[in-house]
Every structure is written in C-alpha cells, then in structure tokens.
Design a protein around this ligand. Structure first.
Ligand code: LLP
Length: 430
C-alpha cells in the first residue's frame, strides 16, 4: 500500500515521523490519536507556495472544524494561517492559538445572537448566510458602535462528485444565498450603516477529488465579483472555500495536490479579477487536505471471533471515528505490530459501541490477528477526533502530537470523572 512519506514500516512496525506506533500505543495507551505536526505544516506550506507563486495576495485559512486541537492550530498560526471558524468555540480557539483576528472568517448558517456579538467584539469578519442575519448583525454592530466587515456565502448551485451529505453548494443545500440573489443582498448590505461588505465566500463541498468543480466555482465567483464591483462594492477578499479531497484508497484514488488545484483555479480567478480591475486577496479554507493524512488512530484488538465471518473487536469505534458509519467512508488500516506480515486473513474491524453499524473497516485482508495487536486506522486527522463523542459513556481518548523526534500529549484522555462532572442532580433528587 502506498504510504505518505511521514509513514513508514521498519522491522515489522508502523512508524509515524520515524516513531514506532506500537511504542506510542504502549506509552500512552489505546485508543490513541497520533498526529504529525510536520506533515500538517508541510501541507499548509504547499498551499501557500502553490497559490502564492501564481497570485500575489493569498491567505490560507484552516477550516478549524476538521481538527480543533489547539496545538495544531498553534503550529499553523505560527506560520501565518488564518481560520474558517464555524462557531464561537472555534473562534475562541483560533484566537487562543494566536491567529490574527483579521485572518478569521466567522462562517455558519445558523449563528446565535451571542455568536454575532462575539464576532463584533473580536473584530473578525463574518460570512453571512441570510438577510435576516445581515440585519441582526447590523443591530449588534450598531449597539457596539462598530463597523463589521462581511461577505455573503454564495450558493453557486453546483453538483459535485462527493458523498451527498458533504456536498454543500448544491442548489438545494441549506448553505448560502442563491447566486442570482447575491447582488440584491449586497445592495441591502451597502445600505446598512454598520456593515461593510468587502468579501465574497463560497464552499462547494468536501472530499472532492476532481479539480474541475473548483474551476466552475471560481467562474461563478468572478462573475459575481464583476457584478458587485459594478455596483460599487469594494472587494478586499474572495474566499473560494475548501473541499479538496485526499486519496482514502491509497492505491486507487486520485491524489490531487494544492499545486494541481492552484494551477487550474488561480488562472481563472486572476483573469476574472483583472477583468474587474481589482486585486482582492485570494482566500481558501482547506480542512481535510491539510490535516487528514497527518494522523493515525491506534486501536487495540480486544478479541477476535469467527462467526459468519471473522471479526476483530477493537477498542475504538464510531465514538472516536464516525466517518465510516456516517458516510460509509473508507480508511486504510495497517496492523502496526505486524506491518510486513502477509495479508492472508479477512477481518471486519469492529468497534466497542452497542450498534450494528459500529464498523471501522469491513472485509479487509490483514495478517492473522490476536488480542493485543495494534491496528492503525489511517487518514484520521480530519473530522476524526473533531466528531468524537462520549456515546456509551466512553471517555474520549488522548491525542499525541509529534514534531521531528519529539512526541507529547496535545489532549489528555478523558476519564469517567470528566463524564460524571458535567452531570447535575435535578432539585427533586437532592
Ligand atoms: N469551509 C466551509 C465553509 C466548510 O463548510 C468546510 C467543510 C470547509 C471549509 C472545509 O472543507 P474540507 O477542506 O475539509 O473539505 N464531516 C465530513 C466533512 C464535512 C465538511 C463540512 N464543511 C467528513 O468527515 O467527511
């Protein structure tokens, strides 16, 4: 199986950044998320380089929803990253990580009054999703005596080749304002005293392995930009969103790079803005393509069983990685302590959750397994821990970060007392 270069196999063990996954599992226990900071930084720099080589004003915003760990965001902040934040929580963490407020965009289709207030207070830009929200933000900004810079999220009505649950720019999606109604929305924004419309934003979906849909989106965005510029909107940024996919099937999926993306999308963007006579910043908001392959989820085999087929029952389930259960997504698995043994036995790798759908990896050829073996689930860095839960009252596991030859906890594991701590006795049970 093809492996990204931060993963390797030595003496039958899987290594991440040269560090032995089996030793990490022994030291920190399982289940365990392990992330290579170097890999995340490398991917971030590749976006900056690919876009920056083709256009002078570029800003890469990390989509914080993909992986909300502060240590990771800090590593990105140190390199000048901004963030697409989708909640007050993500905004708080991005600021705490040291990201500059002017490099943050507060996205979201359903923001609360408190979200809007926080955005105004912290001076971050807001991507508006409705006219209702525009007027609410105007009122909040007026009360604070401030002006807020905003964009509207454009719904470009584009079909994209991905799982329907993560296509976000379809004409039928809940996100954004239909592109034909966009000029009217900006007209309304221009009339607001405390709102300054300075950007346009879109995001067409996630795990997209073909560059063409991004080119189509860029075409819609430059058309919109032309209309808005004609209306007197001074565009300071155009945010084309995230969405570039990764090859979850390592040997067969296409593996588009930031370079491939930039080579096709930037010329369309550049020609479009030149035709408008403007030079707005080009923003992108990648999540998955920055962080997905940086991370393995290490999980221990509790037991094996031969029923109608062979099962390997492991200690991580959809409580820690919900993607296979939710989107039928494929994650490669490697037995970390038998990484070069022959793949001669078929197993379905199942989690400990009390649901039939708690399957991490169905029908995989693996070496013969025994209790105690360590399975590494690959490409777990995006929407892995970020979507984890405490279902079945299971504390969430720790996360370890690796940089060069160092390794350290970036999130401790929860304990049962953490679960207990948030529970209260209602007055009648006192
Ligand atoms: N910007 C906006 C406004 C978004 O809604 C998203 C993702 C991104 C950027 C980042 O997209 P990315 O580059 O990561 O594809 N939980 C799903 C993915 C949901 C994506 C939602 N929006 C999964 O596990 O596949």
């Amino acid at each position: 199986m093809k492996l990204a270069h931060h993963l390797s196999i030595k003496n039958g063990h899987l290594l991440i950044n040269g560090q032995d996954c089996v030793a990490l599992a022994e030291k920190y226990g399982t289940p365990l998320y392990v992330t290579s900071e170097d890999r995340v930084v490398e991917q971030f720099e590749s976006y900056k380089k690919a876009l920056g080589a083709r256009y002078q004003k570029v800003q890469v915003l990390f989509a914080a929803k993909a992986n909300g760990n502060l240590a990771l965001m800090r590593a990105l902040a140190e390199r000048g990253a901004g963030a697409d934040v989708f909640s007050s929580g993500e905004l708080y963490l991005a600021l705490e990580a040291g990201m500059a407020p002017e490099r943050l965009l507060f996205n979201g289709s359903s923001k609360t009054p408190a979200d809007l207030k926080l955005a105004v207070e912290k001076g971050v830009k807001v991507s508006l999703d409705s006219l209702d929200e525009l007027h609410q933000l105007e009122a909040v900004a007026a009360a604070a005596g401030k002006t807020v810079k905003v964009s509207f999220r454009v719904n470009p009505a584009l079909e994209v080749p991905t799982h329907p649950k993560i296509a976000t720019g379809l004409a039928t999606s809940k996100f954004g304002i239909p592109h034909r109604e966009i000029p009217a929305a900006y007209r309304e924004a221009l009339a607001c005293r405390h709102i300054q419309p300075v950007g346009i934003h879109c995001h067409i979906g996630s795990q997209i392995l073909d560059i063409e849909p991004f080119v189509r989106a860029a075409e819609v965005m430059v058309r919109v930009a032309k209309e808005l510029t004609g209306m007197g909107v001074k565009l300071e940024f155009m945010d084309l969103g995230g969405g570039l996919g990764i090859p979850y099937h390592h040997d067969t999926d296409p593996a588009p790079t930031a370079e491939d993306y930039a080579a096709k999308v930037v010329p369309v963007f550049k020609a479009g803005v030149e035709a408008c006579g403007i030079t707005p910043e080009l923003w992108v908001e990648p999540g998955r393509s920055l962080v997905a392959d940086s991370t393995v989820l290490l999980t221990r085999v509790n037991s094996t069983k031969k029923a109608h087929k062979r099962f390997a029952n492991v200690d991580a389930g959809f409580n820690l990685l919900i993607r296979p259960a939710m989107y039928d997504s494929y994650h490669e698995v490697i037995v970390a302590n038998k990484a070069d043994a022959p793949l001669d036995t078929e197993y379905t790798v199942t989690g400990p959750i009390c649901e039939t759908g708690d399957i991490l990896a169905p029908d995989r050829k693996l070496p013969e397994l025994a209790a105690g073996d360590i399975i590494a689930v690959l490409d777990a860095g995006a929407y892995g821990y970020a979507m984890a839960s405490q279902y079945n009252s299971r504390p969430r596991c720790p996360e370890v970060l690796i940089r060069g030859t160092q390794a350290g906890l970036m999130r401790r594991g929860e304990s049962l007392s953490d679960i207990r701590a948030a529970m209260e006795r209602p007055p009648w049970q006192l």
